[in-house]
Design a binder for this molecule. Structure first.
Ligand SMILES: Cc1cc2nc3c(=O)[nH]c(=O)nc-3n(C[C@H](O)[C@H](O)[C@H](O)COP(=O)(O)OP(=O)(O)OC[C@H]3O[C@@H](n4cnc5c(N)ncnc54)[C@H](O)[C@@H]3O)c2cc1C
Length: 510
């Protein structure tokens, strides 16, 4: 059978942003084709397997996937797609191995404070005041389902359906656009807790408190208090598979190994895409899930965009890329291992300095099927600049040298890690760029809260939208899912969104 060459919407990329936008538009009744360059869907959240070990390429930290109380936008999307994932709830959420000692992180504020008080009793009190301010923001926000949001004035009648939330939000309006650093400055003097909040923000956005917007942090702390933190059974791949099933259930199409070379623009309008393997696809709406740099510099010709807009967009600063270690290890004697760890090596270097803060996930602790019997999968990563990386004679040695901070971090959790290795994959910014098709392998846009919000998904080209972590609200799985919702809803009428919302609220789709 010949493949269709026309659609209502073509989505470039099957990251969570592209999948959410594409699947929701299919759910709204549009003919959707998603073109994914890689042979595996999911972008930064794709899963892959080596010698029986199932690895997450990126995110392992999720929340509320299996908890009906959760306000996670991704869960709302899965609900209306009539899909779900089995999720494993766990606690503590992680252990932060700091130069001063190890801090277990618990969901509930009181438990979190109790642990912080072991380091600084005064700081623990101040942390309470800080988080309380975040709850004041989260409480009204959580009453407004993300699934109904849209990036235009059509949002007003939707918001008016939640008068109580709006009334509670009014006094918080200043905070909605502020950095969480402003709230931190007002509530916390203790230097240790200030560093802790910086770390929490860095783990979320790649930036410290003064760079991270308050609602994003409020959402994370609020969700932690009210809903479970959980991990998808089967790994991040299981989540992606649920979105792909949802897309297909509503007659959307996913074409893997289909790299888009160019977006076709005629008379200021996007009309279709040219594929690297040959051929074109036509649609009146094109959505790019590629990063803003890849979209504007690679997928379009310079003359397609106003020169000034193009220059300003391309000068958006980018967070560094990563060094990754994916290990399959022998699990003998590791019965007390826990899933998530963050290691800060030194206080004399900035938290964000390459190699200084290392993130570690061992999800086979929660889901043993991710590894052969008696083994574990380990993913450790840390920031690494793009500059200077090339595949030359020194590449292998440099890889090993730059992975050393990850090994040293892992030794804090599993002291004899180097003697347990069955599979070792060291990833560099070049690996990250290659497999994720991301400009310089970046984590995302480094847009400091003080300089403004992330750009919305509109572009100067009619019929061309963007979705994903370089659009509003920003980086991270829930944020990217929200960007997919905003994108999809901008292409349908408010009444269509209201009808979809009723599927959510009536529980018809559960
Ligand atoms: C190491 C790491 C750990 C993380 N950990 C967490 C975590 O624990 N929790 C959390 O919430 N968030 C985490 N994040 C952030 C989160 O994973 C990302 O913000 C999110 O997955 C990005 O999704 P996206 O849709 O914006 O883009 P991407 O995932 O980058 O997807 C874009 C897709 O577009 C495709 N594409 C690009 N160009 C083309 C083209 N020309 N033609 C066809 N296809 C193309 C790519 O192949 C890719 O599949 C992590 C990120 C990383 C990198």
């Amino acid at each position: 059978m010949n493949e269709a060459t026309t659609a209502d919407v073509i989505v470039i990329g099957s990251g969570i942003g592209g999948l959410v936008a594409g699947a929701l538009l299919a759910r709204y009744g549009k003919r959707v084709i998603i073109c994914e360059s890689h042979t595996i869907p999911g972008g930064a959240a794709h899963g892959f397997e080596r010698q029986g070990f199932k690895f997450d390429s990126g995110p392992s930290f999720f929340s509320g996937l299996g908890d009906p109380v959760s306000r996670n936008p991704l869960r709302q999307v899965l609900d209306v797609l009539e899909e779900s994932v089995s999720a494993i709830a766990y606690e503590p959420l992680g252990h932060y191995h700091l130069p001063e000692g190890t801090l277990p992180i618990y969901r509930k504020l009181a438990d979190y404070q109790r642990e912080v008080a072991r380091f600084t009793p005064q700081g623990a009190k101040e942390l309470g005041a800080f988080v309380q301010r975040l709850y004041d923001l989260y409480e009204p926000l959580k009453q407004i389902p993300a699934l109904g949001l849209r990036p235009d004035l059509g949002v007003v009648p939707f918001l008016l359906r939640y008068p109580a939330a709006l009334l509670r939000l009014l006094p918080q309006l200043g905070a909605v656009q502020q950095s969480v650093g402003t709230i931190l400055d007002r509530t916390v003097q203790d230097p240790w807790v200030r560093q802790l909040v910086d770390l929490e923000c860095f783990l979320l956005s790649g930036l410290k408190a003064h760079g991270t917007i308050a609602p994003e942090v409020a959402f994370v702390f609020g969700e932690r208090e009210t809903a479970s933190v959980d991990y998808p059974q089967g790994g991040s791949e299981a989540l992606i598979n649920a979105l792909v099933r949802g897309l297909k259930k509503w007659s959307g199409e996913l074409r893997l190994g289909t790299h888009v070379e160019q977006i076709q623009v005629q008379g200021g309008r996007a009309t279709g895409v040219t594929l690297r393997k040959g051929g074109t696809l036509q649609a009146p709406v094109i959505i790019s899930n590629a990063t803003l740099w890849d979209t504007y510099a690679q997928l379009l010709q310079p003359e397609d965009l106003p020169a000034r807009f193009r220059q300003e967009a391309l000068s958006t600063p980018a967070v560094d890329s990563f060094m990754h270690l994916h290990l399959g290890i022998d699990g003998t004697g590791l019965e007390h291992l826990t899933v998530h760890h963050v290691v800060v090596h030194s206080r004399s270097r900035d938290l964000t300095a390459p190699g200084n803060t290392c993130m570690i996930s061992i999800p086979s602790v929660l889901d043993p099927k991710l590894a052969p019997a008696g083994k574990h999968v380990v993913h450790a990563y840390t920031l690494e600049p793009w500059t200077g990386w090339q595949r030359d004679d020194a590449y292998s040695a440099r890889k090993r040298e730059r992975a050393e901070s990850l090994y040293c971090a892992l030794e804090k959790v599993i002291p004899d890690i180097r003697d347990r290795i069955d599979v070792e994959l060291i990833g560099t910014p070049l690996t990250h760029q290659r497999y994720l098709r991301r400009y310089q392998g970046t984590y995302g846009a480094a847009i400091e809260a003080s300089t403004g919000l992330f750009p919305n998904g509109k572009t100067p080209i009619s019929g061309l939208l963007r979705v994903g972590d370089s659009t509003l609200p920003g980086i991270g799985v829930p944020a990217v899912a929200a960007s997919g919702i905003l994108c999809a809803n901008s292409l349908v009428t408010p009444s269509q969104t209201v009808a979809l919302m009723s599927a959510l609220t009536s529980g018809r789709s559960q």
